[in-house]
Design a protein around this ligand. Structure first.
Ligand SMILES: [Zn+2]
Length: 380
């Protein structure tokens, strides 16, 4: 299906999302979206006529029902007051330390889904790609919250694109396994689901192993690449090229829904990988070159500087603009209001492991590549 191009990229900005607060100590900070917006603006990445900022202020509640159960949606509605947690909510993962209730929780869910669906609309209505930084809530299941995720906007986006007749591959490079998306399409051969993440042996959600390859007709259309702790850019790139890119090329989608969490960074406080944003952005660049139509979603990322730099680089790539120049707010971070976000260079310094540990990591990666070639490649 041909999508006539009206512009290069759309940045979907639901600024109200930045106002929500999970809980004071919670690592997930909706405020990051505002910081990303500010950085892109400061870098001049919104000024080109081929890009557009799309503001989203409200959403349609009905969109949640394309994936989530009515009972679960009712629980989210009840949790919106931010006060009373009951046993039913806890049973469905709502009101825990991980997925706390907070004032406006339901509104937060409706709005984040609306922003992701707006990104879908832009891509199917003439933009090459679109980015919703406050999306990618890949751990939510149809009737259960998990891993800071209450509603799964990524699943809802894939379903919408399918409804519109597009062939979709979901590519998830967040440090955590995209379990909610895997479950949604596990027996579906019409959606390719690929997740490259830190192994479930050492990280939530404790699954996403290579032998989870889909079932029934969907066998071979669910791909997991569990990386060992300490994996660096070189090993990630090897796996990304040989498995992610190979599988996506074989599947030949019209559109990619990408979950581009930045928590693979060595600086991330919740994960154990040793990547820099060079490995992160180079993978996205490679994919974007072959598959320009991307609905890009945010995801995890718990070091503010890494998120802001990573997603600014992501936006620059989608927009076809150079993020290298411009002013990064070096005067003590005053302009950002956050002294941890300084300097004009968005790229991390390159850093690689060496020695016996590196050898071990390469051996593990080779095993995953062999497994993919022997068991999965020909099923796609
Ligand atoms: Zn994550």
């Amino acid at each position: 299906m041909k999508d006539i191009t009206k512009g290069k990229a759309a940045f979907v900005y639901a600024s109200r999302l930045s106002e929500f607060k999970f809980s004071p100590e919670h690592p997930f900070k909706p405020l990051r979206v505002e910081k990303v917006y500010e950085m892109c603006e400061r870098k001049g990445l919104f000024s080109d006529p081929s890009v557009k900022i799309i503001k989203v202020d409200e959403g349609n509640e009905e969109n949640l029902g394309t994936f989530h159960t009515a009972d679960y949606i009712d629980l989210l509605k009840r949790a919106d007051s931010g006060s009373d947690v009951d046993v039913d909510m806890l049973y469905h993962g709502i009101g825990t330390m991980e997925n706390p209730i907070f004032r406006g929780l339901y509104q937060f869910c409706v709005l984040s889904v609306a922003a992701t669906l707006k990104a879908v609309e832009m891509v199917t209505d003439g933009f090459e790609s679109a980015f919703n930084p406050c999306g990618g809530f890949h751990h939510a299941h149809s009737d259960r919250a998990g891993g800071f995720c209450y509603v799964n906007d990524a699943v809802i986006a894939v379903k919408k694109l399918r409804e519109l007749g597009r062939r979709v591959a979901y590519v998830d490079i967040d440090a955590h396994h995209g379990d909610g998306v895997q479950d949604a399409f596990y027996d579906d051969p019409e959606v390719l689901t690929v997740s490259i993440h830190e192994s479930g042996r050492t990280l939530f959600p404790w699954g996403g192993f290579e032998n989870e390859i889909g079932k029934g007709r969907g066998r071979g259309f669910n791909i997991n690449i569990p990386m060992e702790p300490d994996t660096d850019d070189e090993v990630f790139t090897l796996l990304f090229n040989d498995i992610v890119m190979d599988s996506v090329r074989r599947f030949a989608p019209d559109v990619i829904v990408g979950q581009f969490g930045t928590d693979t960074s060595a600086t991330d406080p919740l994960t154990h990988l040793k990547m820099t944003n060079n490995g992160y952005i180079e993978a996205i660049e490679l994919m974007h070159k072959s598959f320009p139509k991307i609905v890009a979603l945010g995801g995890g990322g718990y070091n503010m500087k890494s998120v802001v730099n990573g997603w600014t680089l992501l936006w620059a790539e989608l927009a076809g603009l150079d993020a290298g120049g411009g002013y990064g707010g070096a005067i003590g971070g005053v302009l950002m209001g956050d002294s941890s976000i300084e300097g004009s260079d968005l790229r991390d310094m390159r850093s690689y492991l060496s020695g016996p540990k590196k050898k071990e990591l390469i051996q593990s990666a080779d095993k995953l590549i062999s497994y993919y070639k022997e068991k999965i490649q020909l099923l796609i």
